[in-house]
Design a binder for this molecule. Structure first.
Ligand SMILES: Cc1cc2nc3c(=O)[nH]c(=O)nc-3n(C[C@H](O)[C@H](O)[C@H](O)COP(=O)(O)OP(=O)(O)OC[C@H]3O[C@@H](n4cnc5c(N)ncnc54)[C@H](O)[C@@H]3O)c2cc1C
Length: 377
């Protein structure tokens, strides 16, 4: 197996992601429970505050059996990548700093031309290259056909921890906009995060200066610590801003090319389950392909059949959450929290019975290895 990652090296840090329910079980079956727990963030929970910093509500990390708003397994995306990489790099070829420029498939395999010039042939190609997947655009069609903007924009960047933040995340909300500070490993710094409504979004996701302008514009007048947090916008070493979006597709495979994770079925950060879906999807995809003797049609179909209801429950959560933050105008009252249906939440967290692939022989693995176009989270 070959993993191709566009970045020159593993990308450190990033946002904190949670693993709940079935995703925790995948981590356990991979034998990575101890390693993931050792790399967890130290977040004890979250509280919401009013404009003066008075606490409104508190959510502890061990609420709801550890599967609540702040999950007991919360880990920076980059730290999870590191754990997965450490566990696999002996048996997997990792190619950093390259990407697929072109591919042509026939009945027996896929010819791949890399941006760096290499030409290789693989049995299968799996695109796990995120929300803006280039592989999806190459094989399935333009982004606009599959990416659904949920009317919100999310930004985050690190700031000096001059706010006395310890192990608790603090969130402030006002008229559909929010500002948040969360602790990170380096206690001298904190991660700031903002969200604001935006019906249309046409800022290039690579144009950082335009994104910072948009953030300043849309957070004007936002209370609490917002002005102080924004003072650090120009000198932060890291910055991320993107629309909150989902990916909805009729099919996640075409012949010998399949999609996985956000590229196929982003549920958006509003679901809190994107990483969980990517992990569970990877488990099912690998297991079903091996169980099908590496027959792409049968393997991709079995993966999709089991994964789809799980994805749909999580996308529903993402949409409900985004809608609950939607406000018609700056002076309007925020909508109330949706009435969360416990059955929907249960389906989104635990609603998939993981097959046990323990006895599946992978000796029938293809002569040329499959490829995935990116590291998993
Ligand atoms: C602010 C925020 C908070 C979130 N919170 C949570 C949470 O609490 N819980 C949760 O489960 N999820 C959360 N998510 C979502 C989660 O981060 C994603 O769902 C998850 O990372 C998807 O994993 P992925 O591997 O599919 O894609 P990504 O993590 O996007 O990884 C894609 C990889 O592909 C690489 N790449 C891109 N293009 C190419 C190319 N052409 N060729 C080769 N490589 C390429 C990228 O460099 C990257 O390494 C959050 C996301 C955000 C932004």
């Amino acid at each position: 197996m070959t993993v191709v990652e566009r970045s020159p090296e593993l990308r450190p840090g990033g946002q904190a992601v949670d693993a709940r329910g079935v995703a925790k079980e995948v981590i356990r079956r991979m034998g990575l429970d101890a390693a993931v727990r050792a790399a967890r963030t130290v977040t004890a929970g979250a509280y919401t505050v009013d404009a003066d910093g008075n606490v409104l509500e508190t959510y502890a990390a061990d609420d709801h059996g550890g599967d609540g708003y702040i999950a007991e397994i919360e880990i920076l995306r980059g730290d999870l990548s590191q754990v997965l990489y450490d566990d696999t790099h002996d048996g997997v070829e990792y190619v950093f700093g390259d990407r697929i420029a072109e591919l042509v498939q026939d009945a027996d395999g896929v010819d791949v031309i890399f941006a760096g010039g290499d030409r290789r042939r693989f049995d299968l190609v799996v695109g796990a290259d995120g929300l803006h997947s280039a592989l999806r655009a190459m094989v399935f069609g333009p982004h606009e056909r599959f990416v659904r903007h949920l009317g919100l924009v999310l930004a985050f960047y690190s700031v000096p921890n001059e706010f006395g933040l310890d192990r608790w995340l603090i969130e402030y909300q006002e008229s559909g906009r929010s500002a948040l500070l969360r602790p990170i490993h380096d206690a001298t710094r904190a991660m700031a995060m903002f969200s604001f409504p935006s019906a249309d979004f046409d800022v290039d996701y690579r144009d950082v200066e335009a994104q910072k302008r948009l953030l300043r514009e849309r957070t004007t007048g936002l209370g609490w610590l917002t002005p102080r947090i924004l003072e650090h916008l120009d000198d932060t070493p890291d910055f991320y801003l993107d629309q909150v979006a989902q990916v909805v597709m009729d099919r996640w495979s075409s012949g010998r090319v399949g999609l996985l994770g956000d590229a196929a079925f982003s549920s958006s950060p509003m679901s809190g389950q994107g990483t969980g879906l990517a992990l569970v999807g990877a488990y099912l995809l690998a297991g079903e392909l091996a169980a099908a003797g590496w027959d792409p049609e049968a393997g991709f179909a079995a993966y999709e059949r089991q994964m789809r209801p799980f994805v749909e429950a999580n996308q529903e959560i993402g949409r409900l959450h985004a809608r609950s933050l939607d406000v018609p105008g700056p002076d309007a009252e925020p909508s109330t929290e949706p009435e969360w249906d416990p059955d929907l939440i249960e389906r989104a967290i635990n609603g998939l019975e993981l097959p046990d692939y323990a006895g599946v022989p992978d000796s029938g693995a293809p002569a040329a290895p499959p490829i995935t176009s990116s590291t998993r989270p």
